[in-house]
Ligand binder design. Sequence first.
Ligand code: GAR
Length: 209
Amino acid sequence: MRCAVFASGNGSNFQVLLDRKSSGDIGHADFVLMVGNNSKAGAFDRARARGIPALHIAPSRFPTEEAYAESLLSALSGAGVELIALAGYMKKLPPAVVSLYRNRVLNIHPGLLPAFGGKGMYGANVHRAVIEYGAKVSGVTVHFVDDEYDHGPVILQKAVPVLDSDDEQTLAARVLQAEHECYWQAVEAVAAGKIKVAGRRVIRLELQD
Ligand code: GAR
């Protein structure tokens, strides 16, 4: 499947996808486009280094959400995109994109949904909330995107411990390591058609350790 990756920041998850593609672990997805809302995002450098077309499309530059959606849809159809992987993308996708790509947009969230998700719960905010709450486990959720923040069907989850000594940075690093271990597997499984969605349940994904 022709896959676009959306990223807002450093892009380490994007890099793992590119590396797993190079190593042959990802065989069913081709990364044909990167889209970012922040022109300074490290993800742009990673795309350039691989010769992947990268587009800066920032919602703030459009007069309406419809105009923003049209720009995204025209970029996606121009590149023949069939699958979208959000990899540290901090903007909500417009409903027109979500409905056209129903069950074909994956997101990675740095916490165990449905806890510590929703509007404003991204990046360091999640790790801070987990520590302040006193949770003993956190982790990664990969899910399909629907019209609500952090809400669509769960594709996979991987837990990590929260240690007494943790601060936001140490917990973020442990969760990010788990993200790097599992996001590529979800992207490959979806691209390979190895999963089924039945209501909220996503079945037949086997996670490698
Ligand atoms: C990752 O931890 C990802 O889960 C999180 O941003 C980080 C991006 O890191 N995404 C969200 O919070 C989305 N709501 P990266 O740019 O190095 O891949």
